[in-house]
Design a protein around this ligand. Structure first.
Ligand code: SF4
Length: 368
């Protein structure tokens, strides 16, 4: 009788190390450990952050004998495209990515006449449990690494540089951390990613910090930490309700940090960075779109360095939460403006391609 043995490869706990996880000094040390001259790290970094290439064949300034090893060791593939959907004549492109362990995340590239914005994920899933959000319903799978976050931007930059997005070759100008996840719950990796995004080549992509927006549901200690980083990124607070009673149910972390505490942290952030804080407010029909709530919000924000982004909710299939009526949306805007608060209704790019966070991953059965 012969026993059948099945060999199960040990599951890697972490994504492979990538140069985007490392500072320039760390990259030089890593290259030296591989027996190469430290300046090879600069060359390798320029291929990645300036030319967006990971193809050893194209790295003709590196010795042919070293290229494959350097790329394998410091530029492992981190994201595999599972599905790509475009709309708006190709100007909006949403990609569902599979990570090394099968976790799914998504990023969206949006091209406008004057800018290209990329919306990136910072976690696979999300642990914040907001009841109106598809990602929140699925829970947190895991934190993404710095390089996994950065790779989403590099993929977009590569597509733009290669003229794959209608409108001619272009560059990414804005990054919003508004894909899957609560960025400040994955603080270290997100700050690493922001640094890679803003540092000029060869260290990073050289995108202006003013074009970077980090969103949060209101993790107060992390907001204060972010203010002290010396990175003038825009802070976006997903408020969604001006009163604790409702916010406790819409954004459960509110039971830990109340509206007043979150807004105080936002004003401290504005004072330190001199950056206008963005208040995100998903308008949900008959839930948080009453005029009295607009008035309450207006009173809380009046006179502050703030801008309100109203987001017509993109309903999740089968969900009771849906977008406000147009007349209620207009009334909400008017009430806020009557308090002198700057407000815009966010354009709902990508709506017809499951634009709300988490929906593309939620609709894909092939996880794992
Ligand atoms: S709305 Fe944002 S913070 Fe809330 S569960 Fe969804 S992804 Fe997480």
């Amino acid at each position: 009788m012969s026993a059948q043995l099945t060999f199960v490869a040990p599951r890697r706990a972490k994504p492979s190390r990538h140069l985007a996880d490392l500072s320039m000094a760390e990259r030089r040390a890593a290259v030296a450990e591989l027996g190469e001259k430290p300046f090879r790290a600069d060359q390798l970094s320029r291929h990645y952050f300036e030319r967006f290439t990971t193809d050893p064949e194209q790295m003709t300034d590196l010795p042919a004998a070293s290229r494959d090893r350097l790329v394998t060791q410091l530029m492992p593939g981190l994201l595999t495209s599972v599905r790509e959907i475009t709309c708006d004549g190709g100007m909006t492109r949403k990609t569902l990515w599979r990570l090394f362990d099968g976790a799914l995340v998504e990023s969206v590239l949006m091209r406008y006449p004057d800018r290209v914005t990329m919306c990136v994920s910072s976690q696979a899933g999300c642990g914040m449990n907001c009841p109106f959000c598809a990602t929140g319903q699925a829970g947190l799978t895991r934190n993404m690494s710095t390089a996994e976050i950065v790779e989403q931007v590099v993929a977009g930059a590569r597509a733009l540089a290669a003229d794959e997005v209608p409108g001619g070759p272009g560059r990414v100008s804005n990054i919003v951390f508004m894909g899957m996840g609560e960025p400040l719950a994955n603080y270290k990796a997100v700050i690493g990613a922001v640094r890679r995004i803003v540092e000029p080549a060869p260290a990073g992509l050289g995108i202006s910090a003013r074009g970077v927006t980090v969103s949060t549901v209101g993790l107060v200690p992390a907001i204060d930490k972010l203010a002290a980083e010396g990175l003038p990124v825009t802070l976006a607070v997903s408020l969604h309700a001006p009163d604790d009673e409702l916010r406790d149910t819409l954004v459960p972390v509110n039971t830990r940090w109340k509206v007043a505490e979150v807004l105080d942290a936002a004003w401290r952030y504005a004072a330190v960075t001199k950056r206008r804080v963005s208040i995100e407010y998903a308008l949900i029909k008959d839930i948080n779109d009453q005029e009295w709530r607009a008035d309450l919000l207006g009173r809380l924000l009046k006179g502050k360095l703030v801008h309100v982004n109203l987001i017509p909710l993109n309903p999740t299939p089968g969900s009771k939460w849906t977008a406000s009526r147009p007349e209620d949306e207009r009334a909400f805007v008017r009430r806020l403006e009557s308090h002198g608060v700057a407000v815009t209704v966010r354009d709902t790019r990508g709506r017809e391609i499951d634009g709300a966070c988490g929906q593309l991953a939620a609709a894909t059965p092939e996880q794992g």
